[in-house]
Design a binder for this molecule. Sequence first.
Ligand SMILES: [Fe+2]
Length: 197
Amino acid sequence: MHIYEPKKFSLPSLDGISDESVKQHIGLYEGYVKNFNAISKQIAELAMSDSEKYAHAISELVRRRSFEFGGMRLHEHYFTQFEGTSNPLSVNGPLAKALEETYKPLDVEKVMKMIGSMRGPGWAILYYDPEAKELLTGFTGEQHQGHFVTLPIILALDVWEHAFILDYGAAGKGKYIDAFFKNLNWDVMEKRFADVK
Ligand SMILES: [Fe+2]
């Protein structure tokens, strides 16, 4: 069984998202990694011990394991987006052109903000469908529900309250989303797009 290790991120100090908030958030990320490993181990143990007797417990653990995996992978996408330094999207680059084709007259920030403002814990996510050559935006409930299956993620915006409550309070999601966009290193998203398009 593969044991997942939490990744380390080299993050600059962010503008509008405090170091303390980032520190606590990384702690939560590490919790997903830890719990993914723990659930994997428990499923194996129960299955080997008596899979019939523990069928309901196993079934619940299998369902929750994708929640932990989603939390692990999405947060890795999330923190990586701030690594290095904040960099704007290259206006004439392939990602900017694809975004313009999809969203004009809106821009991706407005669309992600609209989706991120939806009720319920989750993520606003920008995906790319290499088959249709189409950028798609969606809302993923919790960490694992509502994904466009198989599609690679270009941009992941965490809109769980834990991402902003420390800096902005329970009603501060909008201000946090503005800060999120201010700190992005678009080189990261451009590379993701180049890798899958
Ligand atoms: Fe989070």
